[in-house]
Design a protein around this ligand. Structure first.
Ligand code: NDP
Length: 454
C-alpha cells in the first residue's frame, strides 16, 4: 500500500509520510494485544495506576511537541492544540484513580456469599476521527487501560501524527509492549478489521452516523460491545429574557470552535422572535471579530478546514443565492480556509439547517414560545449537545429536561469536562464517555456465588 502524505491544512504542504497498516499487519497487532492481555489485567491495581500516572507525566512534558504536531497536521490553533494535549494528560490522570476503585458488590443471598467482579472486557479497538485526534483518543484509551484492557487505536487516515507519538510516549512511560498500539491506515481496511476480528471484544467509535451504522451492523454479527459518538445538529436556544449581549458574544465560539468541525457545535441558533433582530445586530460584530488565520499564531481563534474535499462539502451548504446574513473573514490563497458564515433567515427544510455541516456555518431562526423552542430543538435525528439562554431558572430547568440531548449547558456553552459524562441521545450515539461511568463500558460484571453450607 502506498504511504499516505499528511498535508498541513493551512499551507497545503506535506508534513509527513505515514505507512498505512495492512489487514495482515492489523491481525498481527491484534495477536500481540491478545498476548499482552493476561499480563496487563494481572498488573496489581496500584501498579497499573502508577503506570497511567507516569504516562500522563510523560505526556505533560511533551505538550508543546504534541501541540505543534496538531497545528501542522490538523490545522488546529496552537492554543486549542495545547488544551487538547493537556486533555489527554488530564483524562489519564483521572482514570489513573480507577484501578484501585473498580469495586464489585457483595449481595446478600441464602446459603453462601455472592460477590460481583468488574472484569476487563478484553481487547479494545478504538476508531478515532480527524476532528479531535488527541482528546477522542484519550477518552477511549484511558478508561480502557485503567480497567485492564489492551487498546488498538486506529487514528483517522488524515490525522495520525499525534496518535503515533502518543503510542511512542506510552512505551517511554513504561507501559508493556502490546498494551497500547497505534495502527494508522484506512478505516475500510484497519477499522474494518478491528470490527470483524473476533479477538477484538469491544469497539469505541467516533465519527459520522453513516459509518457508525455500518460499524454497529458489523459488531452485531459477533454481539461485540460498542460505544459510539456520532454527529450532532445542536440548538443554542436564546430566550428574550436572557443576557442577550453575552449570548451573542459567545454564540460564535459555540458554532465555530475547531472551524465548526465539532460534533457539539451549536449550529442552529433559535432566537425568541421579539429579540431576533437585536440578536443578529449583536452577533454580527462577534462573528466578524473571530480571528481566523495562521494556526501557529497564539492569537488565532479559528484555523482552516481539514481538507480541500471537506471544504467543498461545507461550501455546498452555502450555494449561490444562499441567505447569507453576514460573514467573518478568512485568508485568501493556499490553505483550506472557509469564513465563519451566518445564514438568516433560513427555511426549516434547508439542508444547512437540517444536516450536520461540520464547518463554520450557523443558521439563525426565530421561535415564538417555550413549546415552540423545544419542538424545534428536538426536530432532528441527532441529540448530542445544546445550550439554553434565559434568566428564568424554572424555564432553564424545564427546557434542559425537555430537549432530547445528552449534554446541555444553561447560560454557557461548556459541554465537555473529563469528569462528567459525555454522549448522545437518538442518532448521536450509544453509551457515555468520560466521567465516573465510562469504566462500565470497558468491564463486564461477573457474579460469583460461593456456597458456605455443603
Ligand atoms: P468517518 O465516520 O468516515 O471516519 C471516522 C473514523 O472511522 C476514521 O478513523 C475512519 O477512517 C474510520 N472508518 C471509516 N470507514 C470505516 C469502516 N468501514 N470501518 C471502520 N472504520 C471506518 O468520518 P469522516 O472523516 O469521513 O467525516 C465525514 C463526516 O462525519 C464529517 O463531515 C462529519 O459530518 C462527521 N463526523 C463526525 C464526527 C464527530 O465527532 N461526531 C467526527 C468526524 C466526522 P479513515 O477516515 O481513516 O478512513
Amino acid at each position: 500500500m502506498p504511504a499516505f502524505t499528511v498535508l498541513n491544512p493551512s499551507t497545503e504542504q506535506p508534513v509527513a509520510q505515514v505507512e498505512p497498516t495492512s489487514a495482515e499487519a492489523a491481525d498481527a497487532a491484534i495477536a500481540r494485544a491478545v498476548a499482552a492481555q493476561a499480563a496487563w489485567r494481572n498488573v496489581a491495581p496500584g501498579e497499573r495506576a502508577a503506570l497511567l500516572r507516569s504516562f500522563a507525566d510523560v505526556i505533560d512534558t511533551h505538550i508543546e511537541e504534541l501541540a505543534a504536531l496538531e497545528v501542522a497536521g490538523s490545522g488546529h490553533p496552537v492554543g486549542q492544540a495545547r488544551w487538547e494535549a493537556g486533555n489527554v494528560r488530564d483524562v489519564l490522570r483521572y482514570y489513573s484513580a480507577a484501578p484501585e476503585r473498580l469495586c464489585g458488590k457483595q449481595i446478600p443471598v441464602p446459603g453462601g456469599l455472592d460477590v460481583t467482579f468488574q472484569e476487563p472486557v478484553g481487547v479494545v479497538g478504538l476508531i478515532v476521527p480527524w476532528n479531535f485526534p488527541m482528546p477522542i483518543l484519550g477518552w477511549g484509551l484511558a478508561p480502557a487501560l485503567a480497567a485492564g484492557n489492551p487498546v488498538l487505536a486506529k487514528p483517522a487516515e488524515r490525522t495520525p501524527l499525534t496518535a503515533i507519538r502518543i503510542g511512542e510516549l506510552a512505551l517511554e512511560a513504561g507501559l508493556p509492549e502490546g498494551v497500547f498500539q497505534v495502527l494508522p491506515g484506512k478505516g475500510s481496511v484497519v477499522g474494518q478489521r478491528l470490527v470483524d476480528h473476533p479477538d477484538v471484544r469491544k469497539i469505541v467509535f467516533t465519527g459520522s452516523s453513516e459509518v457508525g451504522r455500518e460499524i454497529m451492523a458489523g459488531c452485531a454479527r459477533q454481539v461485540k460491545r460498542l460505544t459510539m459518538e456520532l454527529g450532532g445538529k445542536s440548538a443554542n436556544i436564546v430566550f428574550a429574557d436572557c443576557d442577550l449581549e453575552q449570548a451573542a458574544a459567545t454564540a460564535p465560539v459555540a458554532a465555530f470552535d475547531n472551524a465548526g468541525q465539532d460534533c457539539c457545535a451549536r449550529s442552529r441558533i433559535l432566537v425568541q422572535r421579539e429579540v431576533y433582530d437585536r440578536f443578529l445586530e449583536l452577533l454580527e460584530p462577534a462573528v466578524k471579530g473571530v480571528a481566523v488565520g495562521d494556526p501557529a499564531s497564539p492569537d488565532t481563534e479559528m484555523g482552516p478546514l481539514i481538507s480541500a474535499e471537506h471544504r467543498a462539502r461545507v461550501a455546498a451548504y452555502v450555494p449561490d443565492g444562499a441567505p447569507v446574513a453576514f460573514r467573518g473573514s478568512a485568508p485568501d490563497g493556499t490553505g483550506y480556509w472557509y469564513p465563519p458564515t451566518v445564514l438568516a433567515p433560513v427555511r426549516l427544510d434547508d439542508p444547512a439547517y437540517t444536516e450536520e455541516v461540520f464547518g463554520p456555518v450557523v443558521a439563525v431562526v426565530p421561535f415564538d414560545d417555550e413549546a415552540d423552542a423545544v419542538a424545534m430543538a428536538n426536530d432532528t435525528p441527532y441529540g448530542l449537545s445544546g445550550s439554553v439562554w434565559t434568566r428564568d431558572v424554572g424555564r432553564a430547568i424545564r427546557v434542559a429536561r425537555a430537549v432530547e440531548t445528552g449534554n446541555l449547558s444553561v447560560n454557557s456553552h461548556a459541554s465537555v469536562r473529563y469528569w462528567t459524562p459525555f454522549g448522545g441521545f437518538k442518532q448521536s450515539g450509544l453509551g457515555r464517555e468520560l466521567g465516573p461511568d465510562a469504566l462500565d463500558a470497558f468491564t463486564e460484571t461477573k457474579n460469583v456465588f460461593i456456597a458456605t453450607e455443603l
